[in-house]
Design a protein around this ligand. Sequence first.
Ligand code: GLA
Ligand code: ZN
Length: 707
Amino acid sequence: MQNITMPTAGESILFGGDYNPEQWPRETWDEDMRLLKQAHVTSVTLNVFSWALLQPGTPDEETYDFSMLDDIVDTVTKAGLTIVMATSTGALPAWMTLRHPDINRVDFQGRRHRHGGRHNPCPSSPTYREFAPKLAGLIAKRYAHLDNLVCWHISNEMSGYCYCDNCAAAFRVWLKNRYGSVEALNAAWTTNFWGHTYHSFKEIFPPNELGDAVDENRSLLPALTLDYRRFMSDAARGIYNLEVSAVRENSSTATHTIPVTTNFMLDFKDYDYFTWAKDLDVVAWDCYPSYDTAPSHIAMWHDLMRGLKGGPFMLMEQTPSRANWQPFNSMKKPGQMRAQSYQAMAHGADTIQFFQMRRSQAGCEKFHGAVIENDGTSDTRVFRETAALGEELKKLGTSVAGSTVHARVAVIFDWQSWWGMLGSVGPSVSLDYLTEIDRYYSELYRRHIPVDMVSKTSDLSGYDAVFAPCLYMVDEPTAANLRTYVRGGGRLVVTTMSSIANENDRCHLGGAPSPLRDVFGVWAEETDALAPGTSVPLEFAEDVAGSVAPAGSLLCDIVRTDTPAEAGDSTQSTATILATYGGDDYYAGAPAVTVNEFGKGQGFYVATMPNSAALATVVSAVLSGLDAAVLEGGNAVVESASEGLEVSTRTADDGTALTFVIDMAGKGGEVRLSEPRTDVLTGRTIGGPTASESPLTLEKFGVLILQ
Ligand code: GLA
Ligand code: ZN
């Protein structure tokens, strides 16, 4: 676990979120305070988008006006709320974009934007790099002394790329630092392909539509796109860090440690969050599932956010009711917001925050839900549910905070592999990295097996099994890490599209999963892409449970367990075939799932995308012989639970464990415990002496927190 500083509201966790009183007349603020107190709100996030108010640009560019923010800060302080203070650089002042056009991004089509939107400064803009940290520093200097200021929030949901000339110049410097010489870059990128040999860094441009791009994800030289993604991730982190330094340098009056963070997002691919995490004192993220987002997918992203620093995180935003920017903005049903909040907590959230406190009366978020709706009263379902949750959380206090999830199974998540696969032309347009990670994660989730989401260079030695679906990009440190893990006794699963390329997106020679062929005892001679909607039956040596016939789809590697004669002295590997392809295609009978003994461990290779039946059989094979109770950890107290009930346990340093059982599907269900436990939400002992005989009934979106 890296160092994590979690803000709290004294005896309570942060419960509240974005509050934008600058959109309202002064009279409304006092009413807001009354209502927020009634909702048991303990914290507000202020100043997310106020740059244009704070720095009006007249009479000169050095004039700042903090009067309204002072008033807001004073109001919420008097109301006894804690403050998460944003630096307000998430939206640019219009005057600044007009006077200093370098601050506006140039898009993928090569067009310089003008003022509009938000979250869109050019990271290489001299104007932005001067004005943004200056403002952050002034804000820190002005408010750091406040006892109730508990967290700094830099910018907001930083995202996106710029393709301007300043970025091109900065990219060249970045490339020079990475490769040293243009010759080394040519070698790394294999630029003799399609005559791309460069003789000077000056010849290299961002991969946009005017140049090498095929589309926003792909270019003629995938290594160029890949490095541009890395560069943009670093450049955005660079402007984040400029503000962080300014805040720290100007916080000498602080009476306590104030952590600095920014808010991450769901399914976010632009930046590599693993590299960012070390620069955040605490990971914070905004969770906006759609009506059809699988609960397992939300759980996975919570686990990933916990994995970034190996400990608790902030749930910085969620909607109390509905979003507005999704295609179909369904309301959260009665109880669903509470269930989702506890789900976040069960996976490591130590704050429950919302966007937003009062609904905007105008602007593009006028249909976005809020704690205080347009009727302006407490007499709404959403307000009542928020207040009820606030009251419950107040009772829980900080008892859960700081504890973490203990997992014996890990899933490797890798932005670099995501980018690499996305940047590749072929082998199938249906290939989607997140879907493949979900596939394996959801099977573990279904089994109530806690999972750590880790990076490919994380220490894996504490895990009984590690799943690395589509680990496309394997560099030398990764290969060494994975090899060490299996040699030491780990069980490692890779799939088709794994260990294809090195860090420059150059294919490893010797057949995938080279350079780990000896670990898995197989190599993929061919990879077939299946026609959409088609599948290939799989024949397992073991019986397959259930009524669905096992099958593979999307891609089928045709793997061989022998070694080509010229490659080594042994011609047959030790791999055992667990399943073969059925059907009548030319590769019927070829291995589809294999396991190889390597050192003290095992390397599993899954050559296709398994359907649910095949996946369940594969996961059972991987986990066979491991003690289920150990794998499940604290979750093992749940002997059985209806489909759709989620089980997750947080354990404190002193061993105290809280097991959350949550009906995420909203269908209700039954739970059997192996021994009696106390539900900390009601104080009732449940389970009873004959615990496993009498099931408990959980209402729709019901939650139990068992101690
Ligand atoms: C994001 C932003 C907020 C708000 C919400 C709406 O998370 O950070 O400012 O726009 O979306 O869902
Ligand atoms: Zn730029």
